[in-house]
Ligand binder design. Structure first.
Ligand SMILES: *[C@@H]1O[C@H](CO)[C@@H](O)[C@H](O)[C@H]1NC(C)=O
Ligand SMILES: *[C@@H]1O[C@H](CO)[C@@H](O)[C@H](O)[C@H]1NC(C)=O
Ligand SMILES: *[C@@H]1O[C@H](CO)[C@@H](O)[C@H](O)[C@H]1NC(C)=O
Ligand SMILES: *[C@@H]1O[C@H](CO)[C@@H](O)[C@H](O)[C@H]1NC(C)=O
Ligand SMILES: *[C@@H]1O[C@H](CO)[C@@H](O)[C@H](O)[C@H]1NC(C)=O
Ligand SMILES: *[C@@H]1O[C@H](CO)[C@@H](O)[C@H](O)[C@H]1NC(C)=O
Length: 613
């Protein structure tokens, strides 16, 4: 256990170090293959020539060549060594040189006696032999790697794209072709295809090589969202732009802690390891042993709360860092799909108003997420507690509104993907030690294509009181359904009242939204602040209250198209009050939906509506 902990630490530091280091991108090993046909002995002429050839290759690769292809020969028969290096696509001279240096070191270790060997990296291929290989077209050995997300339509698109590329590769002197096409309504963005041959074979041989490898792809047809096929004379790669193929876990690069059964079990995030915005792929697996230690065996004393999908514990990692550990209950409706969804989503997202995922664990039926620890828990803890709500002065409330807006703007507009959260509510707005808000809980989030406007879903997950009418009743999700929830959140932050409780006003029981409308008509929303003490707070600003109620009512319009986008909301929040809009009466359809008894104070539990057929 001590060992696995220290390995874990090493991995963590490696990640965070490489994160900080920024551009230093290590070449990622795809596969190595040594031929056992003929061996050389230590300190032989062959070994000398091999090292000489590899040195010459690394020197020649240090000057640009349009094709990224280099060959070198050392020695004479019978100790001649031929070698070649192919840097893929648009790899820079620096990355190409780094790749050949890394590849040379690794392959001569793995194939320590074999005269013939080949290795593929994400950036390059290195190959050498004692027999003639320069100018020859060959198709063995080959290596294929594929993702695990299945998407038949995307796969069919990929095959068509590759056929097209093979048709046009013979027009390129570099024997290289690539193209990016729209993936259609796929949520994974554009699809990018690439085919490339070594230089020195003719165009006919290049096409034959590519077609031969394509046959192997068909044979292993797995309908995956990405696949790569590597051969000695040509290679093909295809992926959706929203994903980056997971590097094959290779012992010397990613020494994952072993689980109890001694088998390496690494969560392959649907086969895709999606890049963080820093463009550095990260594996952030933390062993179950470490997590059990960190939480005192998931003790009740460490329990922070119970989320929709299972309990959340406070834990301390071996490096002393406090973390929040979300243990998904085995029976929870957050199945493996949602788990992978959450991990792969949040890994991609880096923003100060989104909670940061530090790692995950997927071992022995356990699905666990490790987040940064937020010392002030979540917004609901403050809003609804008569004492704690006093700690939220107006300035802090506005700061939370600004932060939530930035976080949502990032999700909807600024990150490389468009993400619809689907469950915005105070319990999912976490607060750090400075009361900065961070949006959390991406288990139900959806990725939209950049141009995609809306989606229909059969499974409605969300929390009653925060769901827009078109979502609750018709299963329609869009940016505007999040905006509706955002509007409800605004009203709760302003008034401190719960969305799913009726409010007594002028001898009537009103929903929070109807109450906001009434108070807009009466006092421009100012009477939503019922706590007189709150108005005495020096940071209190009636103008800001009016602005926020105005925005909230716009967010709650029945027609999604009448609701503002998050960017418009950000602009309105920034602007001075002169541009007040005149919202129409918003809708609150929940009473009809649930047959709420209008005359009793009724609290709707925070359960989710699910499984509409
Ligand atoms: C070459 O060495 C490898 C590894 O030691 C061995 O498995 C293989 O049989 C050897 N081949 C020959 C032809 O001796
Ligand atoms: C690559 O070339 C640059 C100058 O062109 C030189 O400074 C550098 O030392 C070279 N690196 C290697 C590894 O040969
Ligand atoms: C190496 O290539 C040979 C021939 O294609 C193949 O049979 C073998 O499985 C490959 N080895 C590895 C480790 O991929
Ligand atoms: C390239 O190949 C296509 C068929 O795959 C053929 O029609 C075309 O003439 C070839 N072009 C060149 C320049 O070889
Ligand atoms: C291409 O090269 C192969 C040898 O690798 C040769 O047999 C073939 O005739 C060549 N084709 C053309 C069109 O030059
Ligand atoms: C939030 O957390 C910090 C540090 O954990 C604490 O000092 C502070 O009192 C908490 N509450 C508020 C309202 O800032």
């Amino acid at each position: 256990m001590g060992l696995s902990k220290s390995i874990c630490m090493v991995i963590f530091s490696l990640f965070f170090f490489s994160f900080l280091a920024g551009n230093a991108k290590n070449p990622i090993l795809v596969n190595e293959n040594c031929s056992n046909a003929r061996n050389f002995t230590k300190d032989s002429k062959y070994e000398f020539n091999l090292n000489d050839m590899l040195t010459k290759l690394s020197v020649s690769s240090n000057s640009s060549s349009a094709s990224g292809f280099y060959t070198e020969t050392s020695g004479v028969d019978p100790n001649i060594v031929e070698g070649m290096l192919l840097c893929l696509g648009d790899v820079s001279v620096e990355d190409c040189r780094d790749c050949v240096i890394t590849a040379s070191k690794a392959i001569t270790k793995t194939c320590s006696v074999q005269k013939t060997a080949i290795t593929w990296y994400d950036n390059c291929m290195l190959r050498y032999s004692d027999v003639k290989i320069i100018g020859k077209m060959e198709t063995v050995p080959s290596y294929m790697s594929v993702g695990t997300i299945t998407d038949h339509d995307l796969y069919v698109k990929s095959i068509n794209l590759m056929k097209k590329l093979i048709d046009k590769v013979n027009q390129s002197a570099q024997l290289y072709a690539d193209e990016e096409v729209d993936g259609g309504d796929t949520k994974l963005g554009k699809i990018h295809g690439m085919v490339q041959c070594i230089i020195g074979i003719n165009a006919t041989d290049c096409v034959t090589c590519l077609n031969t490898l394509m046959e192997k792809v068909y044979k292993e047809n797995k309908d995956k969202v990405w696949w790569q096929m590597y051969g000695p004379s040509c290679m093909l790669r295809y992926k959706a732009s929203g994903v980056t193929p997971a590097p094959t876990p290779v012992p010397h690069m990613f020494a994952f802690p072993k689980n109890k059964k001694g088998k390496n079990k690494v969560l392959d995030l649907d086969g895709v390891m999606i890049n963080a915005e820093s463009d550095e792929s990260q594996h952030m697996h933390i062993s179950l042993d470490t997590i059990v230690d960190a939480t005192n065996g998931f003790s009740d004393d460490n329990k922070l709360g119970e989320g929709g999908f299972g309990p959340v514990y406070k834990g301390k990692l071996p490096n002393g860092e406090d973390v929040a550990i979300k243990r998904l209950s085995k029976k929870s409706s957050q199945g493996l799909t949602e788990f992978k969804n959450e991990v792969s989503l949040i890994i991609k997202l880096q923003h100060r108003n989104l909670v940061r995922l530090l790692g995950y664990c997927f071992e022995e039926d356990e699905k666990i997420l490790i987040y940064e620890y937020m010392s002030n828990k979540s917004l609901d803890v403050f809003l609804y507690d008569p004492l704690k709500s006093k700690e939220l002065d107006w300035k802090k409330r506005m700061n939370i509104i600004y932060g939530m807006t930035r976080g949502l703007q990032y999700l909807h507009k600024d990150s490389r993907l468009k993400i619809i959260h689907r469950d915005l509510k105070p319990g999912n707005i976490l607060l750090d030690c400075e009361m900065n808000p961070k949006i959390s809980d991406f288990g139900t989030a959806r990725i939209f294509g950049r141009q995609q406007k809306e989606e229909n879903t059969d499974k409605i997950v969300g929390t009653i009181g925060y769901m827009s009418p078109e979502y609750a009743l018709g299963g329609k999700i869009s940016e505007k359904s999040d905006i509706y929830s955002f509007g409800v959140l605004l009203l709760e932050i302003i008034s401190g009242k719960k969305a799913n409780r009726l409010v007594s006003h002028n001898n009537q029981y009103l929903s929070l939204i109807d109450y906001a409308w009434e108070s807009w008509c009466e006092t421009k929303g100012l009477n939503m602040i019922s706590d007189e003490e709150a108005m005495l707070d020096s940071s209190f600003s009636p103008a800001e209250v009016v602005k926020c109620v105005d925005i909230a009512l716009l967010c709650l319009q029945y027609q999604p198209k009448e609701r503002p986008t998050i960017s418009q909301i950000a602009d309105m929040l920034r602007s001075n009050n002169d541009g007040l809009s005149h919202p129409k009466q918003p809708s609150f359809v929940l009473q009809n939906l649930l047959n709420l008894d209008q005359h009793s104070e009724y609290e709707i539990s925070q359960t989710t509506l699910e499984a509409r057929t």
